[in-house]
Ligand binder design. Sequence first.
Ligand SMILES: Cc1ncc(COP(=O)(O)O)c(C=O)c1O
Length: 398
Amino acid sequence: MTVNNIADAVDAPVRKTFLPYNRPDIGQAEIDEVVDTLRSGWITTGPKTKEFEKRFAEYVGSRHAIAVNSCTGGLHVALAAAGIGPGDEVIVPTMTFCATANVVVHLGATPVIVDVEPDTLNIDPQCLEAAITPRTRAVIPVHLYGHPCDMDRINEIAETYRLLVIEDAAHAVGAEWRGRLVGTLSLATTFSFYATKNRTPAEGGMITTDDDEYAEEMRVWTLHGISHDAWKRYSAEGSWYYEVVAPGFKYNLTDLQSALGLHQLARLEAMTQRRAELASRYTRGLGDLPQIELPACRSGVRHAWHLYPIRLRLSMLAIDRATFIEQLRGEGIGTSVHFIPLHRQPFYADRFGFEPSDFPIADAAYECLISLPLYTRMSERDIDDAIEAVRRVVQRNR
Ligand SMILES: Cc1ncc(COP(=O)(O)O)c(C=O)c1O
């Protein structure tokens, strides 16, 4: 090797082909099922959606599962059906996607935004309790990155103060809290099947609950406020007559998506295990770097590993997070940041007059978070490339 060749090899990025931060895992069986659904004539909500709801409820172990077109729609429906409205307060963590709080605003209620725990970045039960007022009606714990919240403590507080618990489990399908699957731990739980999520029919969501009456009310809100299964109107047993009993939404899931969802549900356990394997490969490959803090995984939980967010110890590095991300990109590795906390978003900061120092834990974490690529189609080699890229950037800038 000449001196120039050696220099080229050293300067060459870890990857020649870019490793995206996320990529869906859709196999031939799913594609065939979609084609079959298109041929069946039932493309909007119909028998496949009913089947998907039934199998999802069986998987989670809940009495009911209600398919919706997104987790956002699910949260909106769950709150509306619970009668949340003007004058009510709903407590949400600041470290989440904006949808968790936006739906509260849509209903004319007030989202009360609180700080998070230092290790998991999930809602801090102490901050939750401190934020309760006579107007508080509900709390939305978010199982961030797929790590369950402290549901024992949250349920205890909710019982003491008579609050409704509606979980945002957008990241947490397959996660467990003390041996119980997320989806069975509170009044209602909403899941997301958005394209980047652990399993995806492109877009979609599901609400689970054990409460028969509330399930019925949510179903009504899901589809225009119509009092019975609207899709039955077009089937052999259907009738033209319907009644609108609430000003409902249009949040139904289509059979095309449910066809995909059914297949992905069958593969969910294998996919969750694969994510755990890939996450532990990251942990082994990065664990010795003092400049990097790895994601928490407490005992007594099953992490769904929706994301693998590292935190930079910036005092040990000569660059900031944005430059770190740029340099990873230069090495051929895509990343993202989860999340820009709600208190930093102009709408919420302006409306409530927040300062970053109001949320010291989430704010400090935000400055140094980077989500590394993690999805089931990644190979061991892909993970090793991302590890190598992080190690290189650290070495260059420590
Ligand atoms: C924590 C959280 N909640 C809710 C949502 C909204 O999910 P959907 O896109 O299915 O509406 C997301 C989406 O990224 C999310 O990350």
